[in-house]
Ligand binder design. Structure first.
Ligand code: PLP
Length: 413
């Protein structure tokens, strides 16, 4: 089996799938016999996952998000089973990012005020929290989570948006009372600007990406995300999936999806494929080049929340040797995936955003390509797990693409 996988990797390297629709790199650095080690545990481990889950489960409105069966779509894509975790149901924020950004804010406030997270969440530390300003750069969802966490605790929030973030996403963040700062350029420009302003003003950056010397807070953010997998691993019951397609921007979500499976299930974990848009391909390039590398794409993609030019080193520490494959896909798969999920032909109708359905879009791209199917061992019995990482977080864009409002799909706008 293992030897077979290694042989497959080598075959895939010799015959890489590179078409206008799909690029695939089978990760020859991933040897599934190698256990979850200290480099990975430094990012997230069982103890930090449990701490995050205990804290987040105590937040008002917490409930596990549903794991939805998509039998119609499984049949259409020629796989045995398809399950998708619906993060559009995550708190009122409609994205998995609520778990990370807000957990990061709570841990910062715990450190800064000396108060317990439970007291901070309950608003009993508002006076002390008011002296703390947290800030971040965002494509939308992370900033919403940080603003939400700051609002609950009574801290100040300053959220930096690059020029491509839609007005709908800005409005959703501003609704939590945070100050909005618009930055010309890309996501990476907004990251730099937030860091500079924070250093000048004594604010605390809550980033979902890490850089050398700045690891503690993004590690908390990633640990918050792992709640998805804690819930999912219970929801799987005895039926463990064999495949995961995890979408990536800087890699935090994919890292949080892989880490618990690798640590808890070892070599028996599902085959993990990291999915990026062609135009935002930093993890794919890192995998191909065998070291952290910048993406080569323009960063212009309909999957706006995946538009990152540089991977997070923390995420890379887990993905580099833990992910089985890295793919990039053409933009057209994402709107197609949104429309299928909304139609009800896949399973129960779901309203999922452009980046939220990128894992499904990746599966669709692979399913349509015989060589890629073979390289990823995606046969007719494959049991696939996906994360719908956001709902219709920008209802106007959703309606534009799908031709229905989220309400018409049967979900709140
Ligand atoms: C909806 C959605 N999905 C996936 C991602 C990718 O997460 P990461 O940047 O941690 O890879 C993001 C990031 O903002 C997102 O908002």
């Amino acid at each position: 089996m293992l030897a077979g996988r290694r042989a497959d990797s080598l075959r895939a390297m010799a015959n890489p799938t590179v078409t206008p629709d799909l690029r695939l790199h089978r990760n020859w650095r991933c040897d599934r016999r190698v256990g979850y080690g200290p480099a990975q545990r430094g990012v997230v481990d069982r103890k930090s996952r449990e701490a995050a889950w205990n804290a987040i489960a105590s937040w008002p409105g917490y409930a596990p998000t549903p794991l939805v069966e998509l039998p119609g779509l499984a049949a259409r894509l020629g796989v045995g089973r398809l399950r998708i975790k619906h993060e559009g149901k995550r708190f009122a924020l409609k994205s998995f990012k609520a778990l990370g950004g807000a957990y990061g804010v709570m841990r910062i406030l715990e450190r800064e005020t000396g108060e317990a997270v439970a007291d901070i969440v309950a608003g009993r530390a508002r006076e002390k929290a008011a002296g703390v300003t947290v800030c971040c750069a965002t494509d939308g969802n992370h900033g919403r989570a940080v603003a939400w966490g700051a609002g609950i605790a009574g801290a100040r929030g300053a959220i930096y948006l690059h020029e491509h973030v839609s007005q709908g996403r800005e409005d959703a963040i501003a609704a939590y009372g945070a100050d909005i700062v618009r930055v010309e350029g890309t996501y990476d420009d907004s990251v730099r600007r937030a860091a500079e302003d924070a250093a000048r003003n004594g604010w605390i950056v809550v980033s979902d990406t890490s850089w050398p010397g700045y690891e503690e807070i993004p590690a908390w953010v990633t640990q918050g995300y792992t709640v998805i997998m804690g819930e999912a691993m219970e929801q799987f019951g005895g039926d463990r999936p064999g495949h995961i397609f995890a979408q990536a921007g800087v890699g935090g979500l994919a890292c949080a999806a892989l880490a618990p499976l690798w640590e808890d299930w070892g070599a028996d974990r599902p085959l993990v494929t990291v999915v990026e848009p062609h135009e935002a391909d930093c993890l794919y390039q890192s995998a191909v080049q065998g070291r952290m590398a910048s993406g080569l794409g323009s960063l212009e993609t309909v999957m706006a929340c995946l538009s990152a030019g540089e991977a997070s080193p923390l995420a890379w520490a887990v993905l580099e040797t833990g992910a089985d494959a890295f793919i990039t896909i053409a933009d057209r798969f994402s709107p197609e995936a949104m429309r299928i999920l909304a139609s009800g032909d896949a399973g129960p109708p779901m309203a999922v955003g452009e980046s939220g359905c990128a894992g499904l879009a990746g599966l669709m791209a692979v399913a349509a390509d015989p060589l890629a199917r073979e390289a990823l061992e995606l046969g007719p019995d494959a049991d696939v797990f996906l994360i719908a990482s956001e709902g219709a977080t920008d209802p106007a864009i959703f309606e534009d693409i799908v031709g229905m409002t989220p309400g018409e799909v049967g979900e709140d706008s």
